[in-house]
Design a binder for this molecule. Sequence first.
Ligand code: AMP
Length: 340
Amino acid sequence: MVNFSTWFSKYFSPYMINKATINQAPYSFDLSVIGLYVCLPLGNYLVNIDKEMSSNFTLLDEYIEKCKPNIWISTPSFMKMCMYDQQFLELTRSSIEEIIFDGEVLTKDLAKDLLVWYKNAKLINAYGPTEATVAISACEITAEMLMPDQELPIGYLIDDGEIEIKQDYVSELGDVVGELYISSHSVARGYYNSSSETEKVFSTDTCGLRRYNTGDLVYMRDGLLYYVGRKDFQIKLNGYRIEVNDIEANLQKLDYISSNCVVPVKENNKVIFLCAFVVLCDGQKENDLKMSIRIKHDLAHKLPAYMVPKKIIFMDELPLNINGKIDRKMLLEGINSDHK
Ligand code: AMP
C-alpha cells in the first residue's frame, strides 16, 4: 500500500491539497485506498458515497451540493450513470478538478464527454488488479488521445514495476499482445489461507520480487500500456478466437449506442452464442427487432460475421455491482435462465 500510494501521489495528485474528495468505492473494494491513503494524507477531506446515494439521484445531488467535490474517484460506469442526471452535471461542473478512474475499461465516449463537460479537469485512467494493490499503471487521458482508431492507454507503469507480456498473438498493427505478469512491491503475498490458489498465479521473479499473473491481455507501445481484455474473456466460438472487449469497443463506436456489454452464453462449458446487452442513446428507441437488425448490420461492416452477437437485448441501463462495475454475472445469469 505504501508502494502504491507513494507512486500515485507523486504523479497524479501533486496539487490536491485541501480539496474535497468524493470516493464511490466501498471499503471492501481496493479503489477506496486512493481516497484513504493518497488523498487524506495530502490534507484533503474525504466524502464517501454510500449505497443509498448510489441509487438515488436526489440524495446524491443534495450531498454533492453540500460537499462540492474537487476530486472524483469511481469506476467509469458509476460516473457514466451519474452523468444521466443533468442536475449532477450542473452541480459538479465548476468544482471538479480531477477525475480518477480505475477498475474497468474507460471508453473513449465517456472520456470525451468528460473532457468536454469538465473543461479544466484532469482525467486519470488507472489500471490494476486487487492482487497488485489498486493500480500498477496510470496516466492522464488528454484530448489528443481521443483521435479515431486510437485506443485509450491504461498508463505508465508504477515506478518499481517490472513486467513481462507473454506473447499470445501479434495484432494487425504489429503489437505483441499477451498476458501481463507484474513484479512489484505492490504485489500481494497471496490469497489468504489458500496456498493452492496462490501457487497458480503468484511467483517470484529473478530479482526476488513478488510476481503476479494478472490474467489480462495487454500490449505496450511507446512506454504506455494498453488493455485488450481478460484472457478468460477470450473465447472460442465455432473455432474462432474472439475478444469480447473487441466487440464491445466496436459496438460503442456506433453513435446511437450509449453503453453495452457482451457476454458469451455457454452450454456444457462451451460457448454457443454471444449476447449483447445494449443501452441506446436518448431518442434512439424504436422497435427492438428493427434496431437489432440495424446493429447487426452496422457491426458486420466493422467485424467478421462470427463476431456479431446473435442475440441483442435492449436495456434502459446496465446493472452495476456493489463496486460500481458493470455486473456481468447478473447479466449472464439472466440470459442463462432465459435460455433454459
Ligand atoms: P479487481 O481486482 O476486482 O479490481 O479487478 C481488476 C481487473 O479489472 C483487472 O484485472 C482488469 O481486468 C480490470 N481493470 C482494472 N482497471 C482497468 C482499466 N483501467 N481498464 C480496463 N480494465 C481494468
